[in-house]
Design a protein around this ligand. Structure first.
Ligand SMILES: Nc1ncnc2c1ncn2[C@@H]1O[C@H](COP(=O)(O)OP(=O)(O)OP(=O)(O)O)[C@@H](O)[C@H]1O
Length: 325
């Protein structure tokens, strides 16, 4: 059975979020650290006390005993059962539901094959690489044929190249998955490539919901703006958006009358294509791209006080109170 999820959840004073998700849909949940993303998934899985409501079609999810919820979990740093082989791990959920061994193992083998790791069936988790273990963990969740698949930072801790390969594979599996996927991620690439819609959580509340391209084009929170590489500055009822390469960095206060200038302290410097990208703690935090030559000449290092300015012509404005809130 696949059905729409209609949820209005309250987790202590950490989360108060109402949202819906459609069968077959991947809903990415993004937001800063501590926004309540994991708490939201834990609430659906029944791992924390929750008030409110969550219905999957005609089923009252919160009234369903946790063991009977058709929910698949892949959590950050989640361990496989160490004493079970990869195959037994993947077959575990079906066995726990009372399915006979042969049938559960046959489904388990199919899932290992789909993830290209059939030859690892007899290995124990300690004999698997991080990427292989994560494939087993995702296969284990999908093998139970869940109505809702909960993925919390499924690529965290893996090498970048492994992340990339796994992201592509997961995308293929999610396309065929008839249930709902809720994907918590810190990575804009995940949200942009895997999700049908993005839900932005901020201080436990839903700040924005939309298709990835809409959210990227008109982010409503500075966190999301930075995630997609934009600067976002509130200006009355408007939001001003501009790209990091439209920002000029100087050590002295820029001359002229432009209001578009901010003083701040460099938090980080990182290579970004041909440029060096600075994250500057200002009000609000801003991104600026400079050439490596300029970074050297200005002796830019973390902690350095700088002035940032942007040309008015490089700034686009949109209303903060439009739909999408
Ligand atoms: N079991 C708990 N009891 C009390 N407070 C908690 C519990 N779990 C998390 N918190 C707090 O609730 C807030 C939300 O945490 P949560 O882990 O849901 O956020 P998150 O958005 O997933 O963060 P991150 O991206 O850092 O994983 C945080 O301030 C956290 O410290």
């Amino acid at each position: 059975m696949s059905a729409q999820l209609v949820a209005d959840l309250r987790v202590a004073d950490r989360v108060q979020a109402a949202f819906t998700a459609e069968p077959g849909e991947v809903l990415a949940i993004i937001g800063p650290n501590g926004a309540g993303k994991s708490s939201l998934l834990h609430a659906i899985a029944g791992l924390v006390d929750v008030e409110g409501s969550a219905h999957l079609g005609g089923t009252d999810l919160l009234a369903t005993p946790v063991r009977e919820r058709r929910v698949g979990l892949v959590f950050q740093g989640q361990l496989l059962f160490p004493h079970l082989t990869a195959l037994d791990n993947v077959a575990f959920g079906r066995r726990a539901r009372g399915e006979d061994r042969r049938s559960a193992e046959s489904v388990g083998r199919e899932w290992l094959e789909r993830f290209g790791i059939a030859e690892l069936a007899d290995r124990r988790p300690r004999e698997l690489s991080g990427g292989q273990a994560q494939r087993v963990a995702i296969a284990r969740a999908l093998a139970t044929d869940p109505d809702v698949l909960l993925l919390d930072e499924p690529f965290t801790g893996l090498d970048v190249s492994v992340q990339m390969a796994l992201r592509i594979e997961l995308g293929q599996h999610l396309r065929d998955f008839a249930g709902i996927t809720l994907l918590v991620t810190h990575d804009a690439i995940d949200a942009l490539t895997l999700a049908d819609r993005v839900l932005v959580l901020d201080h436990g509340q839903v700040a924005q919901v939309g298709r990835p391209a809409e959210v990227a084009a008109e982010p409503r929170t500075p966190h999301v703006a930075r995630l997609v590489g934009l600067n976002l500055v509130p200006d009355g009822d408007d939001l001003m958006a501009f790209t990091p390469d439209a920002v000029t960095v100087s050590l002295a206060e820029p001359e002229g009358s432009s209001r578009l200038r901010w003083k701040g302290q460099i938090a980080t410097l990182a290579p970004h294509g041909d440029a060096v990208r600075l994250l500057v703690h200002a009000s609000p935090d801003l991104l600026a791209d400079v050439t490596p030559a300029a970074a050297t000449e200005l002796q830019l290092v973390p902690g350095c006080e700088v002035w940032l300015s942007a040309k008015a012509t490089a700034v686009s404005r949109y209303g903060a109170r439009e739909a999408g809130r």
